[in-house]
Design a protein around this ligand. Sequence first.
Ligand SMILES: [Zn+2]
Length: 449
Amino acid sequence: MDPASGLDAIRTVAIRDGRIIEIAEGPLAGRDTLDASGLVVAPGFIDLHQHAHDSAAYRVEVLDGTTTALELEGGTADVDGWYAERVGRSLIHHGVSVGHEPVRMVVMHDSGTTTATGPAKRQAATEEELAAIVARIDSGLARGAVAVGMLIEFTPAATPWEVVGVFGAAARHDAAVHVHMRVLDEPLWFLEMEEVIGAAAATGAAAHIVHLQSSLGEDTPRGLQLIRGARDRGLDITTEIYPYTASMSPIEAADNDDWEQWPDRRFARMEWALTGERLTRESFGRYRAIGGMLVEYNNPEEVVAAAVADSLPMISSDGILRDGIGHPRVAGTFARVLGHYVREVEALSLMEALRKITIEPARRLERRVPAMAAKGRVQVGADADLVLFDPATVLDRATYREPTLPPTGIPHVIVAGVVVVRDGTIQPEVHPGRPIRAPLDSGVTHARP
Ligand SMILES: [Zn+2]
């Protein structure tokens, strides 16, 4: 199945030197053969939003069919260092954005470890600091960062003008800004959407709004309507969702600063990720002083199902995994879409689901990262990143207690022509994953059409 061309047929796919060299109606002879009878052969899944990027995490992700994992929301302040840590020892392809939050933490001397907790969270930037933030984002892009990441909710003191400055840097390098929006309560959430749409319109940068269903909850359909309107007027704005009803984030992050004002019922929908304990006002306060991951059941299943079925959003995992604690989306996002939402709920067709996790994310990045034009496709000349799954049995199994439990029904995964998962087993000593990186430049500005 090739969502880019619509091909849905029985074929033999021949691979050599990491590329698809022939797609034939009859059999072909090869040195090594995988029998795909009864399975779907699809392009490898491309995850635009994956936070877990060590070798243990890649082992979890590849079993869900991920062949390209990208950390574009949070990003890094050190683009060269990020790629250097993974060169030659990665199971899957990987890439990163230059991140506004980590850059702001460096410039403003914030000592937070996983998220801004000091000046980068609480203080507006001075003129000099703002110039330094934009300069570091510029240089991260010149070093081939795939995009710009922004977690505005976690840097609430960043002004709208700072947001425009960051978008301006992205526009100069033809990069999209992957934005975790500010959080404003109803009815003001329109302003957080309008801030992103306005910054994109005013600067010419593309915007990709991450986990729309997590940011907007029951207002997700309204958010989709705003994005559609902006797109209809020529703005390059895309979005993504993850297929779960609960979110997970650090309890100490800025979005929880007003917790003492929350009603009691809000704590009741939260649990402590480490133990699964449901929280109360008292236990929330206790855990916030320690720090750690918080699960919040904040979205009804109907909203999630409707967002999965809507043609606009891509599907990305937002996977997080730290010392074995994580959200099941790190291990189950794609299998959940194919098994739960396609087969069990029939919310969308299999081809449509594949489109959202292969060709659409590839196209999002192609303009800045030309190598992505060879991904997300089962076509002659394309990279041989392929997933072989059983549409009758594929299903996620990961839970909030066992976030790394692999899905069923994904027996084989091929990365750059190398079989990395065979019969459900990760092969030893294979590291075909390559860096996904924009061409390095010296700060050349691009004319916008
Ligand atoms: Zn986020």
